[in-house]
Each structure stands twice: as C-alpha cells, then as structure tokens.
Design a protein around this ligand. Structure first.
Ligand code: NAD
Length: 437
C-alpha cells in the first residue's frame, strides 16, 4: 500500500456502489468497480452510467480519464489486486420482511476463495445487526489458507438524487471496527473528507443505520398522520410542518406530507428492523404502525380522486411523476406503482409522464390496456378529467398551469406532494386537493 492512495474494490455497481467508487476515486484512491451484471460493466467501461444520478456520469468519466477507476466483472479477479473490498450489493426484502443476504454471502465466499494477503472487508450494504459476525464467520470458513483479514461496518447514508454531495460532504461517517489496523486504514480512506468519523464496534454501526432510516421514515408517517387530521379540521399541514420544523429539537427535514415514503431503502429497512427486533425478542409494534400508515397513505390520492369523480372507469387520468422522489430514475417501491395499479384496476385510462423514470416504468408495466406513456406533461392532459402529482420534479413547477387547466375536460388537480399553491390553483379554476390542507 502506498502512503495515501489505497487500492479499493467496490463490489456492486448500483446506486451505492457506483457512487462510492466514483467518489473514492475523486478523493484520490485507486478504484475497481465490480459487478456480476456484465451489461452494467460493458456500459461503465464506455463511461456510461447504468443509473441516473445527477453529476455521476461526469465524475465517472473524469476519473476514468485519470486512470483512477477501472471495472471488472468478477470478485475473483478484483480481490488479489486490492487492499480493501467494499461490499455494496443489494439486500432486498424477503416475503417475511427480513433482509435477503444471499448476495452478501456469495460475495464473502468469492472473496475468501481468492484472498492472497491481508484485506479489509467493508460492509457498505444495509444489513441487519450481527451480519458482520456472519461475514467474518463465512470468510474464515472458506479462507482455507487462513489469510488474515478484518471486517468493518461502514453504513451508507446517501440519498438518491443528491448522492454525490451526500457522499463527499456527509454529516458524519460511521465506521464499526474491531482492530486498530482496520481503523487506521479506514481513517486514511476518508481523510480527505471533512466530516466527523464516529468509530464504534461493528454491531453499533449496523444498528445506527437501521435506527436512522427508521427514524426518518417515522417522521414522514408522523406528519402524514397529522396531515389526515389537518384535512378534517380545516388546518394546513404546510404551515404546521413549517412551524414544527423551526423548533431546533424537531428540525425541518422529512416533514413534508405527501403520498408516503418509497424507494429501495425506507420500506425495506423498516420491515427489516421490525424483523430483526423480533429475532431478539422485542416486538417493535411502534414501527409496524409507521409502516401501516405509509401503506394507507398511498391509497389516499385515489380516494380523493374518487370523492370528486365518483366512478373513474374510462375516465382519463394524467399522472405526473413516477420515481419515488425527484432526480432519480429509481422506481423500487415507488408509490406510483401501487397508485397506477389501483387506477388500472378501476379501469381508468391512465396517461403517465416522468422526466427520467418513464423508461423503467415501461419495464415494469410494459404494454398495458388503459396505460399510455407520454413524452411530456402536455401530452397527458388533453381532455383529462384529473391530474395526479406523485413526484415533485422541478420541471412541473415550470408548467403553464393555466394552459393545463384549459386543455383538461374537468380541471381536477390532486397534488400528492403539495407542490402548488392551493389558492393560486383555485384561482386558475382547478378543483384542487392537496395532502393535509
Ligand atoms: N439506494 C440507496 O439510496 C441506498 C442508500 C443507502 C444504503 N443503501 C443500501 O446499499 C445496498 C445497495 O443498494 P443499491 O441501491 O446500490 O442496490 P443496486 O441494486 O442498485 O445495486 C446492487 C448491485 O450489486 C450487484 N451484485 C449483486 N450480487 C453481486 C455479486 N455477487 N457480485 C458482483 N455484483 C453483484 C448487482 O448487479 C447490482 O448492480 C443495499 O443494501 C441498500 O439497502 C442503498
């Protein structure tokens, strides 16, 4: 190992792995991005990012040009030539809510089989507490030549859409270690990033990630529950959130009422935390409620629609925004999926549009009677009987809403993200329904 540059392999080139690889290259390390999806590696070698994340492709190309980032399609090839290996593969939910760790285990076995000298193996994927022990046990079992290694837990807190900034300017870096040697190496890796590093034991680091994500999900479900009360009593949730958020003890983030949380993390991590607690004899009923409120919240926009339009069979409904949040093409667990399904089950004609996620949406829904894919918002609204906003893309803020209203058959606007000003929309002539106002 040279003094400051560390050769690092990142296994899994998805939203977390690729961002980690590109950012660690940017701060000076030599990176090998590994993925067993050959198509992804083929694209990456051409400097094409397989995912949409603002700024990622540019930074990828910049570091490829400098020779700081290369790609391989197998762990076996990457392990012998690096000092540190980050595991950033997917950990999807099983039907019972527990995390499926088969991909993590597979990578551990591959690493163990191809180790040639001391390695630091870093858990970057979100995993249940005590997975570090399993990782260690598995590598020991398959590492027949007894080559020394250390396991580290380094959970990731980035958000899709702002991932580069989140990685390079984090609030804190959490590192769970069990040896001084590994601690020193992790310190060197993150030295160029100006953020406090919290060193803990491995179990604590693993639990910090789950506790943090479930807390954020709780904030969202809490504000959505309050929003439902606000609606009934004539209060405005936007003002409530603003006032609550000004209290430093509460903070302004994750207090936007809407169609609920989605994405590849919150729903799965909440379920995994409930499951994990159960395994150690704790009934985490509180989190079950957080999850239930979220499931209910997704249905509320369709209920609002039906309250106004009554039967929606054969009615033309425009849906703006499909990704679970703006600035990403990620549709995993996006509220749009259940909402569009519900509209189609009610035999509505659904015209969907999203600035980047439409391609991925097509992969899920394909050709579907009653579902039409639009190239822009204006294509969705001609003779529409309602517009449903499910993602707060900036692009929608710039839409000429007067033009929208005039093109529609019935000007119903269900603003699932409280993007627009209620009074202004009503002035334009819309029948406006937000969430909690
Ligand atoms: N997406 C997020 O915003 C986010 C944020 C923080 C933490 N996490 C966690 O990080 C982990 C990864 O999430 P993601 O969103 O990047 O997933 P992803 O599905 O986008 O990427 C995972 C990648 O791992 C690859 N992979 C799987 N098995 C492999 C193997 N044996 N060898 C090589 N490559 C393999 C897959 O092909 C895929 O490209 C998860 O545990 C997730 O919970 C995600």
């Amino acid at each position: 190992m040279k003094k400051d540059r560390i050769k690092i392999a990142i296994v899994g080139s998805g939203y977390v792995g690729l961002v980690t690889g590109v950012c660690l290259a940017e701060i000076g390390h030599e990176i090998i991005c590994v993925d067993n999806n050959k198509e992804k590696i083929k694209k990456l070698k051409k400097g094409i990012s397989p995912i949409f994340e603002p700024g990622l492709e540019e930074l990828l190309r910049k570091n490829m040009k400098k020779g700081k980032i290369t790609f391989l399609d197998s762990v076996k090839k990457a392990t012998p030539v690096c000092d540190v290996i980050f595991i950033a593969v997917n950990t999807p939910p099983r039907p019972d809510g527990s995390a499926d760790l088969q991909y993590v285990e597979k990578v551990c076995i591959e690493i163990a089989n191809s180790m040639n000298r001391y390695k630091v193996i870093v858990e970057k994927s979100t995993v249940p507490v005590q997975t570090g022990r399993k990782v260690k046990q598995t590598i020991e079992l398959y590492n027949r030549r007894k080559i020394p290694f250390d396991v580290v837990s380094n959970p990731e807190f980035l958000r899709e859409g702002t991932a580069l900034n989140d990685f390079l300017k984090p609030d804190r870096i959490v590192v769970g270690v069990e040896s001084e040697k590994a601690k020193k190496i992790m310190k060197r890796i993150y030295a160029p990033i100006k953020a406090p590093i919290i060193f803990t034991n491995i179990e604590t680091a693993e639990l910090i990630k789950h506790a943090s994500n479930s807390f954020l999900a709780t904030k969202i479900s809490y504000i959505n529950a309050v929003a439902n009360i606000a609606e009934k009593v004539g209060a405005d949730i936007k003002d409530i959130s603003k006032a609550m958020g000004m209290d430093k003890r509460i903070g302004p983030y994750f207090l936007n009422a809407g169609v609920g949380f989605g994405g590849s993390c919150f729903p799965k991590d909440v379920l995994a935390f409930i499951h994990m607690a159960k395994e150690v004899g704790i009934d985490f009923n509180f989190l079950k409620e957080v999850y239930r409120i979220n499931e209910e919240q997704r249905k509320r926009v369709v209920e609002k629609l039906k309250e106004i339009l009554w039967n929606i069979e054969d009615k033309k409904i425009a849906v703006w925004g499909l990704s679970f949040k703006p600035n990403t093409d990620d549709l995993r667990n996006a509220p749009s999926i259940v909402i569009v399904e519900e509209l189609l089950n009610s035999h509505a004609k659904v015209f969907v549009y999203d600035p980047v996620a439409i391609k991925n949406f097509k992969k899920i829904f394909g050709r579907n009677k009653g579902l039409f894919y639009a190239k822009n918002v204006y294509e969705t609204i001609k003779h529409a009987e309602a517009v449903l906003i499910l993602t707060e893309w900036d692009e929608f803020k710039k839409v000429d809403m007067k033009k929208v209203k005039n093109a529609m058959k019935i000007p119903v606007l269900i603003d699932g993200r409280n993007m627009f000003d209620k009074e202004k929309m009503e002035k334009f002539g819309f029948i406006y329904r937000g969430i909690g106002r």
